[in-house]
Write a protein that binds this ligand. Sequence first.
Ligand code: C2E
Ligand code: CA
Ligand code: CA
Length: 726
Amino acid sequence: MYKNNIVDRGQLYFSLCQVAKQFESGLVILDAQQQHNIIFANNIFASMVEYSNDELIGSTLSLLTGPLTDSNSEALILESLQLGLSLKLSIFHYRKDQTAFWNELSILPIRDHESIVQFYIVAARDITDSINVEALITVEREAYSELEQGANITDVFEHLCRHIATTLQKKSYTCIFLINQNRLKLTASNALSEKMQKIFHMMDNLNVDYGSFLQAIRKERYIVHDLAQHSKEWAKILQQNGIEAIWHQAIKTPEGELVGIFSLFFEESIKLPRPSEIKFLDRVAPIITLALKYFNQKQEILQLAYYDEKTGLPNFALFQNELTQFYQEDYRGVICIIEPGEYQRVVDLYGRQGGDALLLQLAQRAMFIPAFENALIARYTNSSVILASKHTIDEELEGLLHEIIVEPFTIEGKSVYITLKIGTSNYGQFISSTEAVKRADTALSVSLKSAGTTMKVYDESQVQTLQLEMEVLSSFSYALKNMEFTPVLQPKVNIQTGQIEGFEALARWFSESLGFVSPAIFIPVAENTGNIHKVDRVILRKILAWQKTRQDTGKQMYQIAVNISPNHFYDPHFVENMKQLINEYGVEPRYIKFEITESVELENMIRAKGIINELKAFGIAMSIDDFGVGYSSLGYLKELPFDEIKIDKSFIDHLTDGRMNAVVRTLIQLSADLNMKSVAEGIETEEQHLELQKIGCQVGQGYYYYKPMTLSEVEQLLDYETLPPY
Ligand code: C2E
Ligand code: CA
Ligand code: CA
């Protein structure tokens, strides 16, 4: 029996060896009766593990284990050998030189005719390559999905570095550097120690000749397996910091352009990479290139979708997304929509780019205000930016926003001072983000109607006003056709004598559908919709008709001032139309005066001067209205040949304030010097009257003397009063 067995075992072994020699992969035979010792190894196996046959024979498979071999896999092998089971697994094994590889083992027990396991045949295959490829496919897939989800490139690359380090199973600092302006910029690494940070910092200060370095690496890779043999300064720095070897691999675009390198820094000197490792490095580089390309493309798409093309500022879509984020994080703050009052004018003068430049500078200045450090700022419309602060800002807000315009803006090399129209609303908690923006917009609409820099905070009544404006607009053409606009007259009184010197005509509208509509509502609507010249003409016609009957019936004639909007004033046909109209009624032009609101447009001095001179030559008197509001410039007064200056009510209201009083005195003095009549508007009290009398103002207008009156009321008044001729 035993003898039989021997023969049997010998024969078995012999035939196994025959097979093993023919076998095309590595193969060893273990003796199941002798501690699973290796009793045979074919040449392929020997060269795979780089041990000689002598070294292999008599040892066991554990000869191949090393520090990173998985102990579970080892236990499985032992178990299968003890129980006589077949097994297939992949295990991390080490060659004689302690380099590692993935070993795919198939263990097969060989039994004799009595079913006793005599041997094990172990087929072994180095599958590092395919494991690496698999790992890379995973890495690649993960990289794309991370990018897809909006991860930034650094995070993706860091993940990649960790993965590479794990796959290569080498203790190394794995880093990706991208080329930025001919320098290498560390973009990601697997786990940077402080020490490495320090090294890179030192290298960066070295002024390494990156040009020649990059030239060298252009040839795929650059490997120094023993830095001690290198004399370059960078090599010394690395070495002094314990780095013994480096592998650099070029990262190139498919077109061959070098975009970066990826590097492994080893703390011990290390063999040249094996072919499988080189293959791996070769495969990693394109993944980096493609991820980078994909990221850049995504960035471009994002840029298009979320940034304003002209200024590079975030657009409203991005603003909305981020505001939603603010809501999720439970922030409460303020939304401001900011529009330069002179936007259109800047566009007229400097083109669209001028407007874009203005908005960009405006946004940048807002960003620099510390209170808006974490605020969202985006382009809202062509002419406005929108801002959402992260925190509530109360009283200080207006002052903060004022900082934006303290300094002039630079547009095409020219300094431009601007005013701001600002609408604000709170957001958070009970107000949806859409509603908050809508409210700020409503407040802006109100702000746009005021002169100078103004901030309006949203309140309910603004909505009603805006609604009314919409209604006003829709009833407008009907009103014009049916002559619903009529003038009332307010006397202009000689402050010194109390005599009526003339009148101002003010438009009134009794709408069939809306009832009485205040000029404060319909004048701006008419201005903004290009209808104001129609109102001005209707009023002028009615005044001329009235003047004509007075003239024909031999009554005392007074000069009547009509208001002319700046838009109308600059209409190319304005002068011609007015002359024609006055001639049509046959009223002497000296009984008509035009009041032009002081506005930024009067800065267009040369044109204004021409128009004024033409009208004066015809005989019409000219008055500058609302002087001192907004764009005050005493320069106007000297340049433009007005007959009269109307000092705005806001000054008269503050005559008790020393500074205001001084301003009014100066204005009165200056107008006297320039041969202009000074008119104080909105006088309501005796005190004001006496003060103006004292400081030498010539003419006054206000409820203190007379309220605006209908034409028939004026007729009656003038019939009773016997006044000396004007
Ligand atoms: P404005 O030209 O400054 O007219 C003076 C305004 O002050 C008038 O308001 C007048 O009724 C008011 N007022 C006069 N005295 C007093 C006073 O003692 N106290 C107060 N609180 N107010 C006083 P109104 O009639 O509401 O007109 C408002 C503005 O609408 C005018 O301001 C003028 O800019 C514009 N406007 C009126 N009619 C016309 C028109 O036919 N054409 C144009 N383009 N604008 C017009
Ligand atoms: Ca006026
Ligand atoms: Ca006025």
